[in-house]
Design a protein around this ligand. Structure first.
Ligand code: SF4
Length: 706
């Protein structure tokens, strides 16, 4: 669409996984402005504070990387080089390591912000041609427990709901999430629905009284790490009171008796004491669920980022299954995705244990299908290194080279000072980024300038399986290139065939063809139609009469071998790091309203920085009083791994014994004492390998200048 003075393009917000549609206008000078897309089914014209300020990040190129740089040995400074030199030298280094130490000596660490086509080509390069599964992403840090939970319970990593279920639900259980700040447009739809229908019930489960609680009918302010105990207690009450869907359980699930036995192992009173909430409130939550016709469970990092993240997910999905609240309007488990394309990355297999279209490495047929399709070499059955494992392998010397794309691990990884040491020891570090700010750049042997939002074309998938097309609106500054093009040029320098794509559309078509016949089939999505129509929801097979799929499992046929969903009994053990006299507080970390991830985009916008200008430690006034801490006092927080030093913010919205730090801040002027991940630990969920960001033991004291 164009007018005389401005050209207008459709795009999708590049922050959270809500996937809001945006109309971007460009004037003759190339300056962009934007508004919410009123025709977009996700946001219907609305944008949150982050989305409505995105144009500032596009117009301000003052921090952008403009040309490739490299150092020819570790003792030399970085110097400007051209693309051929940077990529040829990197190809030579990678080949040397691969020849000498094998393909598992190199790795790619990506991001849930990468477009689907970018993920696709990196995955193809690593798994299909280099011959290693060492490709993982920062989505490992946020969604991998939900991925495993869905797969174990439903047979497939598939979010069953659509956003239109929001307006059809009459009971929401929001647990381990603060959508009022972190998924604001989804939450505005919930708020509007509740406002129009006051009988709609909202249960919020969180150790903190967040803004999401402002419309809650019930806030269960549980002790950190007790989610499974709480979910099991709710399950027990529903069973005891006969408020389950017996027909659904009998015909469409497996494992009910074992599940029932497990939830009856603890009384509700016992559970209430463990969780630190009144038993009557647990009963009230169960009563709201029992009375509902449409029950949506919504969750994000509070469940996922845990040493028992998979079990937390299963304990929640169990509640949807015993009540039959899945595959019907207004009902289902609804995981909120933190990044704009964590879903798309999984669709193309961009995790170290996956293959395209949710195929898995340990299935020889799946490997053979993909090998034949790509025509490279044989695909290893050995899972690759996950996000945190990559950095451990760099430190031990097992991994020689790492290529970091579009992510800032020296702010976002747990126990981050350890990751810093690992990068210092790495033999070769490639950093592909848009900004000259990330802490990771200090350790780079090669820096590759990448194009960002609006400077490249492609697709992303949001939390409701909705694929959106993003238009290229402006040219990237300097010599920056789209990530997909950088990787394809590199693959060709490595001597591999099959990376000479004409354009992004050709990559999309190859990816779509590889999904044919799978549960996430998008072979029916025509790219040109997608461009005009802007969005569709998968699956969308190439079958006459087929179209997009709003809601999964409406036929009650699940993707398990028996076609039944599986109820998993889960023990309510919390395996997180214990507190003791030296480290008596539980630290939990999370997001704030106007910043996103490590602030490389939102941190450029003054308006957004005004909301909460600095990282502060949130602490209950009773705890602060006992420690002699007053509002704005500088406090020192220590864990068994590191320390931070920042101001205290007293809040009676946090549970006594718990403290909270925002996760966004990194090093400021070489001072890393704002960085929450100095404190966190690298304990992982044993199956999903997702870190335990929401629970570690710390001490807090008032800082006295020596
Ligand atoms: Fe962007 Fe998420 Fe805000 Fe929508 S809700 S505008 S996707 S940050």
């Amino acid at each position: 669409m164009s007018t005389n003075r401005k050209e207008t393009y459709s795009s999708t917000c590049c922050y959270c996984g809500t996937g809001c549609g945006i109309l971007v206008s460009k004037d003759k000078k190339g300056v962009v402005s934007l508004e919410g897309d009123a025709d977009h089914p996700v946001n219907k014209g609305m944008l949150c504070s982050k989305g409505m300020n995105l144009h500032h990040t596009a117009n301000d190129t003052s921090d952008r990387l403009l040309y490739p740089q490299m150092r020819f040995n570790k003792n030399m400074p970085l110097q400007r080089v051209n693309w051929d030199t940077a990529l040829e030298r990197t190809a030579a280094v990678f080949k040397t390591f691969i020849d000498k130490y094998g393909p598992d000596s190199v790795a790619f660490y990506m991001s849930g912000q990468c477009l689907t086509e970018e993920y696709y080509v990196v995955n193809k390069l690593m798994k299909g041609f280099i011959g290693s599964n060492n490709i993982d992403t920062n989505s490992r840090l946020c969604m991998s427990s939900a991925v495993v939970g869905y797969k174990m319970a439903l047979g497939e990593d598939s979010v069953p709901i659509c956003y239109d279920d929001i307006e059809l639900a009459d009971c929401f259980m929001v647990t381990g999430a603060n959508p009022a700040w972190c998924h604001p447009i989804i939450w505005r739809r919930v708020e509007a629905h509740k406002s129009a229908n006051p009988n709609v019930k909202i249960i919020v489960i969180d150790p903190r009284k967040t803004d999401t609680c402002s419309i809650a009918d019930l806030h269960l302010q549980l002790n950190p790490g007790t989610d499974i105990t709480l979910n099991n207690a709710i399950g027990r009450i529903l069973i005891e009171q006969g408020n389950i869907d017996y027909a659904f359980v009998a015909h469409h699930t497996e494992g009910y008796e074992r599940y029932k036995q497990s939830v009856f192992e603890r009384s509700v009173q016992e559970a209430a004491e463990i969780c630190g909430v009144p038993a009557k409130d647990i009963e009230l939550a169960a009563a709201y669920i029992a009375a509902s016709k449409g029950f949506l469970t919504m969750w994000t990092m509070g469940l996922n980022q845990s040493a028992v993240g998979v079990n937390k997910n299963l304990s929640l999905i169990n509640l949807n299954l015993i009540t039959g609240h899945i595959g019907k309007p207004g009902s289902g488990p609804f995981s909120l995705t933190g990044q704009p394309n964590a879903m798309g990355g999984r669709e193309v297999g961009g995790l170290s244990n996956l293959l395209p279209a949710h195929r898995v490495l340990n299935n020889p047929e799946h490997r053979a299908e993909v090998e034949k399709f790509w025509g490279g070499g044989s695909i290893s059955a050995q899972p690759g290194l996950t996000a945190t494992e990559m950095f451990e392998a760099l430190e031990s010397g097992k991994l020689k080279a790492i290529w970091i794309m579009c992510t800032n691990p020296l702010v976002s990884l747990p126990d981050v000072r350890k990751a810093e040491k690992a990068l210092r020891k790495a033999k070769y570090v490639v950093v592909q980024d848009i900004s000259n700010k990330p802490e990771t750049l200090a350790y780079a042997d090669v820096i590759l300038p990448a194009a960002t939002w609006l400077e490249k074309e492609g697709t992303m998938t949001n939390s409701e399986r909705r694929i959106s097309h993003l238009s290229k609106v402006i040219d990237a500054p300097g010599e920056a290139l789209p990530d997909r093009e950088i990787i394809c040029r590199f693959a060709q320098k490595m001597g591999y065939q099959g990376f000479d794509y004409k354009d992004d559309q050709a990559v999309y078509k190859e990816h779509a063809a590889l999904t044919a016949g799978t549960n996430i089939d998008v072979s029916g999505v025509d790219y040109e139609v997608l461009k005009t129509q802007k969005t569709v929801q998968w699956p969308y097979p190439k079958v006459a009469g087929s179209g997009e799929t709003k809601r999964l499992f409406t036929d009650k046929q699940f993707y398990t071998p028996s076609s039944k969903a599986i109820l998993h009994p889960v023990a309510d053990q919390n395996t997180s790091e214990g507190t003791d006299d030296d480290f008596p507080f539980v630290l939990t970390t999370g997001r704030i309203r106007d910043q996103w991830h490590t602030m490389s985009k939102t941190g450029k916008v003054n308006k957004l920085n005004r909301h909460i200008p600095k990282a502060m430690l949130e602490i209950h006034p009773d705890d602060a009083f006992l420690l002699g801490i007053k509002e704005d006092d500088v406090v020192e927080v220590r864990s068994r791994r590191g320390d931070v030093r920042l101001k205290a913010k007293l809040s009676d919205g946090i549970k006594p014994g718990v403290v909270f730090l925002p996760m966004h801040w990194g090093k400021l002027l070489n001072n890393d004492l704002n960085r929450a991940n100095n404190l966190t630990n690298s304990l992982l969920d044993p199956i999903s390998k997702e870190p335990d960001f929401k629970y570690c033991a710390v001490s807090v004291q008032k800082f006295i200048k020596p």
